[in-house]
Design a protein around this ligand. Structure first.
Ligand code: SF4
Length: 111
């Protein structure tokens, strides 16, 4: 699978969440997200700014998180291209590329 196919697959995986209200997504992610300790704990991981390293870190933090898709859907709706950090198991560059694929599916690329 090439990168473009990967991003399209990520976007397609979120189709079932299109009708879920943003507030419900927010509640789910904040209640059940595996990383919520990161925002409040002293053990926050060191983001390096290096894509490969941050991707590895994201994969470790998000592995097994029960709300990865909801997290990504929420991030696309609320941050879009302005996204920073790691959400939904994707680092910034991957998420921006997946966001484009998501936009095309949802709004024909209009936004
Ligand atoms: S997918 Fe990752 S960033 Fe999103 S809530 Fe889960 S652990 Fe946190």
């Amino acid at each position: 699978m090439n990168e473009e196919e990967f991003y399209e697959e990520v976007a397609a995986r979120l189709d079932h969440l299109e009708g879920v209200p943003t507030g419900a997504l927010f509640d789910l992610v904040t209640d059940r997200g595996a990383c919520m300790w990161v925002a409040v704990g002293a053990d926050e991981p060191d983001w390096t700014g290096d894509d490969a390293t941050d991707r590895e870190l994201a994969a470790r933090i998000c592995a097994g998180c029960p709300v990865r898709d909801e997290c990504l859907e929420l991030e696309f709706r609320t941050a879009g291209f302005a996204t920073l950090g790691v959400w939904g198991a994707l680092a910034e560059d991957d998420r921006r590329a997946a966001y484009l694929a998501w936009l095309l599916r949802r709004e024909g690329g209009q936004r």
